[in-house]
Design a protein around this ligand. Sequence first.
Ligand code: ATP
Length: 236
Amino acid sequence: MLKLDSVKVSYGAIEAVKGVDLEVRAGEVVTIIGANGAGKSTLLKSIAGLEPLQDGKIFIGGKDCSQVAPHQRVGLGVAMSPEGRGVFADQTVRENLMLGAYSRRGAPRAIEDAMEREFNRFPRLRERQHQLSGTLSGGEQQMLAIARALMSEPKLLLLDEPSLGLAPLIIKDIFDAIRQLRHSGLTILLVEQMAKQALGVADRAYVLETGLITLEGTGRELLNDPKVKAAYLGAH
Ligand code: ATP
């Protein structure tokens, strides 16, 4: 579904991603864990086409998409729920969801079906569909960001720090939703600082440190790895 080959991304002189190889197979949940500033968000943005590659290649469904525009990657089945959620505060929940379906704008019936599906997944969003998104709680905004990404019917969902700034009970709800998406067969690449929860839901995982992959394995292997325990699991 996704393959990264020696991907490098820089911001001027800052090398945020320094040559990453990574693979996500169809139906897998793969997580990238790592500290603040390790390059996780940069990597996810480069997969969505929002940061240009300095070097390397990104293959989506076997096709070299390294130079493909973000909206065309949506057409190829990639959708992202960004760090910080990125909901449009002065638009209603429904309007935000409509934006997520922009690539399907010629198919109003399919959009209504997708919206119904997301309202069933996140009943809170149905209740608040006419409310301005800026008035939602942090957890509800996160649900909206995920639902908006799902409106394009992606094959690969990129989830950036869905737990950020949320209370423990809400984080549990978000991870329950990720588990359900996984059962539905969706392929997910999840970036998280909540390493314990992320490794618990993931089939496979990578550890990113200052722009480089330093460890990889199954979620279970990394949960039990002494280095991972010492560096990432202590606080949770
Ligand atoms: P966090 O969890 O804090 O978001 P991260 O692992 O996602 O961390 P990135 O946000 O990808 O890390 O940042 C990687 C590096 O690139 C950091 O050193 C950061 O300061 C730098 N960086 C990120 N975005 C920019 C930008 N737009 N301009 C310049 N430097 C940036």
